[in-house]
Design a protein around this ligand. Structure first.
Ligand SMILES: [Zn+2]
Length: 431
């Protein structure tokens, strides 16, 4: 075809490794932004700058609720999207014939990562400030380090490594950083609704295994009302906190029932794949008064293929049935995650290629595994026909205290992603 020497995996890896210090510096910078829900802007502006420095065309846009609110996969929210922006770095290949692959084999690719992080818990429990990242014993610490700012840095450095070699992907590549993965997924949904699709999508969430399945999950807010009274006349009151505890007990029975059904995608690895989490609770006003109100927030997991409507009906029947038994009025609000479960075909072209590239780059076999959470990969796979998976750096205590990411794993993932660009998209000389 031509006499250009296209870089081998060895060459690509050599450059990735040279960029490791830059990767660590960029990761520190990114973790230092406290991009909690509603506060993602500064981190997104930083990403915008980084994308521009790589000559990517940048599309930074606010989520348009009107555009997505009737789409499958949408999760309702009770906050505004004003000023909440996604950032997309767009690489368009040159029309030139010169490439490492024939035209019909060059495939387009999306790298997607979420910029939002979850709350830190009590800061005083952390060894250092959660947003003052530091490196210790080969790990970088800070909220969001693993989940998933290291993954974002991995795809940025992977793309940069190809350029440093004097090449560029021979197919379209989209680097996306999105808001709101941790509560709705509406950020990624908005990218797809805006027309950003590709032949595959990889999300470097903190799973060093290639993800084959993820559970579905719903969030709901339950309001239980009691009848207030002085404790000396306790029988005339109905205790809303006791009532909430009773309802939670009944929900635990439903959780066990759901777990009795086994699912091929999960059961070989996890004995209890479906988890209900009582994530928030508040109620009562005075120690010696029977509380008139208790609110709790529930996260409930369910299997792929199970209808969301059925899930909500079952939860509603359990909550309302228990409340009725105690004579308590109750309301349920479905806000945040309304996410279906999802399977990622291990035998699909992208999944197979990712495994092969992994083996070639890291000289060991990739492990394929399910996860017990949801990720944005469901949108690509379920509603837009884009084969997707998650694969990213090994992390500890994500959503916990002293979250950290392994820097060696960050380098390994970056090696794989850079080689994958070459294997999937093909390369062409940088003009
Ligand atoms: Zn995440």
């Amino acid at each position: 075809m031509n006499n250009i020497n296209y870089p081998t995996h060895e060459k690509i890896i050599e450059v990735v490794d040279k960029l490791q210090n830059e990767a660590i510096e960029k990761l520190k910078q990114l973790v230092s932004f406290d991009s909690l829900l509603g506060n993602e802007k500064d981190a997104q502006m930083y990403i915008d700058e980084v994308f521009k420095s790589l000559d990517l065309k940048v599309d930074r846009f606010e989520i348009d609720l009107e555009q997505i609110k009737n789409l499958p996969g949408f999760s309702p929210v009770n906050w505004s999207y004003e000023g909440k922006e996604n950032v997309i770095g767009i690489h368009e290949p040159q029309p030139s014939e010169h490439a490492s692959k024939p035209k019909d084999q060059r495939k387009s690719l999306i790298f997607n990562g979420h910029i939002d992080v979850v709350p830190t818990g009590r800061d005083s429990l952390w060894s250092q400030n959660p947003f003052s990242p530091y490196v210790k014993d080969g790990r970088l610490y800070g909220r969001g380090s693993g989940d998933m700012k290291a993954g974002i840095i991995a795809f940025i450095i992977a793309y940069k490594a190809i350029r440093e070699l004097g090449f560029a992907p021979a197919a379209k590549v989209l680097l996306q950083t999105v808001v709101e993965e941790e509560c709705t997924g509406n950020g990624t949904l908005a990218c797809l609704a805006r027309g950003y699709k590709a032949d595959a999508a990889i999300i470097p969430e903190p799973f060093p295994e290639i993800i084959t399945a993820q559970v579905g999950l719903v969030w709901c807010k339950v309001n239980v009302r009691g009848r207030p009274a002085h404790v000396l006349e306790m029988t005339s009151g109905i205790n809303a906190i006791d009532g909430a505890m009773f309802i939670v007990g009944e929900l635990r029975k439903l959780e066990e029932k759901w777990n009795q059904t086994k699912h091929d995608g999960f059961s070989s690895k996890f004995p209890h794949p479906l988890n209900f989490n009582l994530g928030m609770i508040n109620g009562g006003e005075w120690t010696s008064s029977v509380p008139c109100e208790c609110n709790f927030d529930l996260r409930a997991g369910f299997y792929p293929g199970v209808d969301l409507k059925y899930v909500r009906e079952q939860l509603t029947a359990t909550i309302e049935g228990a409340a009725k038994e105690k004579g308590l009025p109750v309301t349920i609000e479905w806000n945040g995650f309304q996410a279906e479960g999802c399977l990622h075909d291990k035998e699909g072209e992208m999944m197979k290629q990712l495994g092969e590239t992994y083996k070639s780059a890291l000289k060991r076999d990739a492990v394929y595994s399910p996860v017990l959470c949801t990720t944005d990969s469901r949108f690509f796979e379920l509603y837009y026909g884009v084969p997707a998976t998650c694969f990213g750096p090994e992390s500890k205590y994500i959503h916990g205290i002293d979250e950290s990411v392994s820097l060696e794993s960050l380098r390994d993932v970056t090696r794989v992603l850079a080689c994958f660009i070459s294997d999937w998209c093909g390369l062409q000389p940088l003009h």
